[in-house]
Design a protein around this ligand. Structure first.
Ligand code: GDP
Length: 466
């Protein structure tokens, strides 16, 4: 690729490159001008560079559970104890919270930045937050508990390496949570491919650190989670109090908790296996956000690289538009870098493309091995509701597209995947089924993408593209 470097124009220009008049004589030359990238690629062997660096494991996780289980408080506590928020900010939150008579919400505010949400005391938006232990740098993809916000949760869960399920252990609340979102969320994350789950049995202070209560919850949840397809070795339980900070970073000093000898939440988080992201596969990223109009970077996109690598100067393709763009510069976890690999959260600053060709939910991919646009796909899904051939919306991360289940191909055994019944007319909630989905528009989708099907504002199924 030395040719590229030799002919590259030294600086990116805002103006259009003047196109030479077409003639036989300059035909070849005009071709080479158009092929000339505006930003030099150093043609770095990214995979071998990446392997040379001894770096921390990076993990993204989603926080799920019933509304009021204490998700925001727990995560706020985690960020505070691990020094991702400073004491002064925390004191400020505490004072503000006390002023409106909601003192205990101070921790939750670490995650909820908007004053409107604060006044109402509910988490409404997806917030991404980072913290580090000695071994791992984590990104929390926060998930709110309210029903209407399931699409946000899906966006988070579709990028998660594992899930933290927060359960309110206090009397009656665990049971009502089970009837509420606890099970729905757990099923949802499993069916879109999340394999590991850490159950934070929270508010143990309210449950008086009762060992019996913890065991009761552990048994019920283990039964449910293994039934949902989580392997026992991938399920763990930590009794804790987010509010008091017990068994989060430091071990609980409450004498009533002395029966617990297991890991703290942070120790458990650190056990997450290094993610085995596909580095040698073609570049894929779902665009989470598009920002326009910066002076330095007129067009930038953010997201998490699902597979492959990317570097400055590389040409990429945006789907479904099929337009090419060039990487002018990039950031990994807010730091400027020359390259990035699968699993990392990046901002890519693009050049050579018009903003009209890019939107949230689009796929950014290798220009040489692009993802294909499809109008129909097969998927193995878990039904949350009765399913028949019906209209649905397909969600993949931030991608939403209307379509329909055109065929129920067969119901499948949950554990083995073996065909149980061909061409059912209708399937019951809780069934795993292979379906054919047709879409109103062609969109970039390929196996094994995690997808969620919704109908009338309810999640009706979730699963993997085959
Ligand atoms: P979310 O809806 O799951 O995010 O729940 P929040 O974090 O907003 O917490 C809901 C309520 O439970 C708030 O009043 C919290 O102060 C309270 N809470 C959260 N964690 C604990 C805990 O460990 N112990 C006690 N006693 N209360 C808690």
């Amino acid at each position: 690729m030395a040719v590229y470097q030799a002919t590259a124009t030294p600086k990116p220009k805002a103006k259009e490159t003047p196109k030479p008049k077409a003639s036989l004589a300059n035909g070849v030359q005009s071709l080479s001008i158009q092929e000339t990238p505006k930003v030099k690629s150093k043609n770095i062997d990214v995979i071998s560079e990446f392997k040379k660096i001894k770096r921390k494991n990076a993990a993204n996780f989603v926080v799920i559970g019933h509304v009021d289980a204490g998700k925001s408080t727990l995560m706020g506590r985690l960020l505070f104890d691990l020094k991702a928020v400073d004491q002064r900010t925390m004191d400020k939150y505490r004072k503000e919270a006390e002023n409106i008579g909601k003192g205990s919400f101070a921790f939750a505010w670490v995650l909820d930045q908007g004053t409107e949400e604060r006044a109402r005391g509910v988490t409404i938006d997806i917030a991404t937050n980072k913290f580090e232990t000695d071994k791992t740098s984590f990104t929390i993809l926060d998930a709110p508990g309210h029903r209407d916000f399931v699409p946000n949760m899906i966006a988070g869960a579709s990028q998660a390496d594992f899930a933290v399920l927060v359960i309110d252990a206090s009397t009656g609340n665990f049971e009502s949570g089970l009837r509420g979102q606890t099970k729905e969320h757990a099923l949802l994350v499993r069916s879109i491919g999340v394999q590991r789950i850490i159950v934070a049995v929270n508010k143990m202070d309210v449950a008086e650190w009762s060992h019996a209560r913890f065991e009761e919850i552990r048994q019920q949840m283990s039964g449910f989670l293994t039934g949902a397809g989580f392997q026992p070795k991938n399920i763990s339980f930590v009794p804790c109090s987010g509010l008091g900070g017990d068994n989060i970073l430091r071990r609980s000093s409450d004498p009533r908790s002395s029966w617990y000898k297991g890991a703290t939440l942070v120790e458990d988080l650190d056990l997450s296996e290094p993610s085995t992201h596909a580095l040698d596969k073609p570049l894929r990223m779902t665009i989470n956000d598009v920002f326009r109009g910066g002076v330095q970077n007129p067009l930038s996109v953010s997201g998490r690289l699902e597979s492959g690598t990317v570097q400055i100067g590389e040409q990429v393709m945006i789907m479904p538009s099929g337009e090419k763009a060039q990487i002018r510069s990039l950031e990994v976890d807010d730091e400027p870098q020359e390259w990035a690999v699968a699993g990392q959260n990046v901002v890519l600053n693009l050049t050579d493309i018009d903003a009209i060709h890019i939107k949230t939910g689009d796929a950014l991919c290798s220009a040489t091995a692009p993802i294909r646009n499809v109008r129909e796909f097969k998927a193995k899904i878990l039904a949350f509701d009765h399913l028949t051939p019906m209209n649905i919306d397909v969600h993949k991360g931030r991608l939403h597209v209307p379509g329909r289940i055109s065929q129920l191909v067969a119901t499948l055994d949950k554990a083995s995947g073996a065909v149980l019944k061909k061409k059912p007319k209708i399937v019951q909630p809780g069934t795993v089924v292979r379906v054919v989905v047709q879409l109103d528009e062609a969109v970039p989708l390929e196996a094994p993408s995690r997808v969620v099907l919704r109908s009338n504002g309810e999640t009706v199924a979730a699963g993997l593209v085959e």
